[in-house]
Each structure stands twice: as structure tokens, then as C-alpha cells.
Design a protein around this ligand. Structure first.
Ligand code: AMP
Ligand code: GLY
Length: 448
């Protein structure tokens, strides 16, 4: 039995070690900017930190509002000045989506000396301009599909004549919808003509990239990066096409799992040596300070990694399984990154697998209905094996129920000793949830 003196000693030791770390239990406030499944998973994990008193989400979603220690604040991600002001009350801000970073949100925070997880506008060009990213890779010998960039439709169409299967990419940010993978020259032609006819090159896009279509297995590699310090997070695989068997249009992501079978030391060292190290060296040479998250979308072709894209933030839905597997304190990791102390971090991971199935509205990624009542959520037993991260939901206070509020609605994420176990568990839960037209892929994590 513990005596009072033993208890007081323990309390004193905890207090003293917190004091030395400069971080008392339950003393920190964090702001998470964004409103999707990724931000729900980040907020959920931050809220588990014994150091974190409160997680504010702007604008957040109805599911986040139900998470312990989490509160919503009604500021949109583009209201940069309001966010900067609100952040006066918090110790750390974490930016979920890319758009505010591309708009210079992190620059404004840094000018005010606010701690932030998110890169500056110039670093965000790795994601916000495909033309910049491809040129950067060419300059620094980062393996990627052969490509050309065009601002002139005639030249683009002439180049297409020399291509077979190709991928057409709008230069600017397009929410994952600016890429067309073409099986034939005719499809390529149609995609190029439509982009130029509408002048639709994504946000502040200048033109298009046409690149060779690669065939292989995709892999998402996420890392925390500060200058030349790189702390890898776990790898994940996501599913971008809307339909089973990778059919239909690209979406923001229909499911993901982690870890990815078949990623051996050899592949990992190729990714680190040929890609990550060259990227950070290249950023240094171009005078770009990179402090934040780097997501590298890879295609593995016969054992060789090629970069498809860079993102300057966590992936959605890759973050959901990755957060479920993270054992370390996310607040410690993120605050070390923001403080320039990344080299002191070595995150600890669960060996278990985690898998996320995205439940979407009928019609997504095209037009879909909102405001449909979701049933079955109250039948799910609370468990540390399953987390339902909300992506697009609203709360109907009168009838005390969740309504659909977006294209991607929920990310049912489950853990298991094996990928199969995680998959069965996630699908077992997804089957209990429904609304009119609810849709999800049935092949997440199958045949890996
Ligand atoms: P991105 O936004 O550049 O990653 O492209 C979105 C998706 O399009 C990728 O995740 C791939 O599924 C696909 N994709 C992009 N580039 C290529 C390529 N060169 N070859 C084959 N598929 C690609
Ligand atoms: N899941 C892909 C992305 O977040 O860009």
C-alpha cells in the first residue's frame, strides 16, 4: 500500500521533472487548423498528451467537438489575421491543410514569433506548384517521371504526339483533382485541351506538366524535416481512386493503411539517400528554409523509388492510421519541431497495423448531397482498437444526431496485430454505419 509520504514523493518527482522540461502537466494549449479527418486524428492524438490542457480546432468538425479536451473555434483556414490573433492564446499551432501554408500563414506566425508546425510560403511551393517541384527534382537529381512543363497549348499538344501513356497535371493546387492519368494519347489530348480551354491550372497555376505514366506500387513517405534533420514518420499506402480495383476518378483519398508490407531496408535506404537527402540538400542550396512536415508520394517501379509529388503537410487519410500507431507524445514531437530541436526526437511506434476506410457521400468526388442523417454510430462500442475520425459531419442539436457534411464523411480506423485483422475490424465497424447513398471502397488493404 502506498503511504502518503510515498505519494507526495511521487508528486514532487513529477513536478520537478516537468519543471526541468519546462512543461507542466496539462499546461499547454494547441491550435489545430483544418476540419478534415486528418485534423481530427491530429487533434485526438494531441489531446492524449499529459501536457496538453486544450486543443482548439479552427474551424474543426462535429466529430472533433465530441473529442475529449477539444473545442471548436469558428475561424476559417483562410482568415489568416484572425488565426494569428487567436494563436496569441496558444503555445503551438499545427496546420493541417496546404492552402493556408501556400498563402503564407506560417510566415505571418513566424514574424510574430509564434510556434508553428507548418512551412513557409516559399517552402510550400514544393506542393503549390507542380512546375516548381518537377524543376526542383530535375535540378537536384531526385528520381521522378520524365516530364515537360507547358504554358502554351499548341506546344503541349505537339509534345503529346511523342508520348504514349502520360499524366497531365495542373500546376497549382487543385485539391487532388488536378491530375489526370491517361491510358492513351487521345485521353491526354482531351485533358490538355480542357485545362487550357478553361484556363484551369489550379490556384495561381501557370500551366501544366505532362509526365510519363509510371506503373508500380504507390507509397506515402512522411517525415518531419528541419533544415537537414529528418525524422521519418511511418510509411503508409493510400487509395486515391474512388472505385474498387483503382477505378474511376482521383479523390482526396479513400483509405489508407500502415505499415506497408514489402518495404525492406534496401528500399528505405534508396528513399533516404536518393530522395530525402537530395531534397534537403537542394532546399539548402536554393536558400529555402524547410521546417515542417514533408510528405513524399512515391511510385516504386521494380524496386526503384520515383517521386510522384511532394506535399508540405500530413496526408489525408494516411494520418489516421499513422496517428493510431504513434506511441510517443505528439505534442512533444511537434513542439520540438517548431522549436528547432528535431534532432532530439526519435518517435516510438506500435508494431500493430492500422487501417482507415473512408466512408463517402454518393457522388463524391463530384457533386453530392449534404445533411443526411448518419445512423449506427451509437452502436459502436468504444474501444482503443477503433477510432472513427470525422471528415465531413455536422451535428443536429435538435435531434441529437450526426449529419453528413462533406464528400468524405468518416474515416473508420482500426488497429490489429496484422493488416488483415485491422482490415476486418475496420470493415466490421463500417458495415454498422449508414446513410442514404453511403459509399466506401471494399478493397482497402486487400492483396498487399
Ligand atoms: P499527384 O498529385 O502528382 O501525386 O498525383 C495524384 C495521383 O496521380 C498519384 O497519387 C498517382 O496515383 C497518380 N500519378 C501521378 N503521377 C503519376 C505518374 N507519373 N504515373 C502514374 N500515376 C501517377
Ligand atoms: N492522401 C493523399 C494526400 O493527402 O495528398
Amino acid at each position: 500500500m502506498l503511504t502518503w509520504s510515498a505519494i507526495s514523493l511521487r508528486v514532487a518527482v513529477r513536478f520537478f521533472s516537468s519543471y526541468r522540461r519546462g512543461s507542466f502537466p496539462l499546461s499547454k494549449r494547441v491550435l489545430v487548423i483544418g476540419s478534415g479527418g486528418r485534423e481530427h486524428a491530429i487533434a485526438w492524438k494531441l489531446a492524449q498528451s499529459p501536457r496538453v490542457e486544450k486543443v482548439y480546432c479552427t474551424p474543426g468538425n462535429a466529430g472533433m467537438a465530441m473529442t475529449k479536451k477539444v473545442a471548436l473555434v469558428d475561424i476559417a483556414s483562410h482568415q489568416i489575421e484572425r488565426l494569428v490573433q487567436f494563436a496569441e492564446q496558444v503555445d503551438l499551432t499545427v496546420v493541417g491543410p496546404e492552402v493556408p501554408l501556400a498563402e503564407g500563414l506560417a510566415d505571418r506566425f513566424l514574424e510574430r514569433g509564434r510556434a508553428i508546425v507548418g512551412v513557409t510560403q516559399s517552402a510550400a511551393r514544393l506542393e503549390s506548384s507542380k512546375i516548381f517541384a518537377k524543376g526542383f527534382m530535375a535540378r537536384h537529381e531526385v528520381p521522378t517521371a520524365p516530364f515537360e512543363a507547358f504554358t502554351d497549348v499548341k506546344k503541349a499538344l505537339r509534345y503529346l504526339q511523342t508520348q504514349q501513356e502520360c499524366v497531365i497535371k495542373a500546376d497549382g493546387l487543385a485539391g487532388g483533382k488536378g491530375v489526370t492519368v491517361c491510358g492513351s494519347r487521345e485521353e491526354g489530348r482531351a485533358a490538355v485541351e480542357s485545362l487550357f480551354a478553361q484556363g484551369d491550372f489550379g490556384v495561381r497555376g501557370d500551366g501544366i506538366v505532362i509526365e510519363e505514366r509510371l506503373r508500380g506500387k504507390e507509397l506515402s513517405y512522411l517525415a518531419l524535416v528541419d533544415g537537414d534533420s529528418i525524422v521519418p514518420l511511418q510509411m503508409a499506402r493510400d487509395y486515391k481512386r474512388v472505385g474498387d480495383g483503382d477505378t474511376g476518378p482521383n479523390t482526396g483519398g479513400m483509405g489508407a493503411f500502415s505499415p506497408v508490407p514489402g518495404v525492406d531496408r534496401d528500399l528505405l535506404s534508396k528513399v533516404e539517400e536518393r530522395i530525402l537527402k537530395r531534397v534537403v540538400r537542394g532546399l539548402g542550396k536554393e536558400g529555402i528554409t524547410y521546417r515542417g512536415i514533408l510528405y513524399v508520394g512515391l511510385m516504386i517501379v521494380e524496386g526503384e523509388p520515383y517521386v510522384l509529388e511532394f506535399n508540405v503537410r500530413m496526408g489525408d487519410p494516411e494520418t489516421q492510421p499513422i496517428m493510431m500507431r504513434l506511441r510517443s507524445d505528439l505534442y512533444d514531437l511537434f513542439s520540438a519541431l517548431a522549436a528547432g530541436k528535431l534532432s532530439e526526437c526519435a518517435p516510438d511506434w506500435d508494431k500493430d497495423a492500422a487501417l482507415c476506410v473512408v466512408m463517402a457521400s454518393a457522388g463524391y468526388p463530384g457533386i453530392y448531397e449534404k445533411g443526411l442523417a448518419i445512423s449506427g454510430l451509437d452502436t459502436i462500442e468504444p474501444s482503443d482498437q477503433v477510432s472513427i475520425f470525422h471528415a465531413g459531419t455536422a451535428w443536429d442539436a435538435e435531434r441529437k444526431r450526426f449529419l453528413t457534411g462533406g464528400g468524405r464523411v468518416l474515416g473508420v480506423t482500426a488497429r490489429g496485430e496484422t493488416l488483415e485483422e485491422a482490415r476486418e475490424r475496420a470493415y466490421g465497424v463500417a458495415e454498422k454505419i449508414r446513410w442514404p447513398g453511403c459509399y466506401y471502397r471494399k478493397d482497402i488493404g486487400v492483396n498487399q
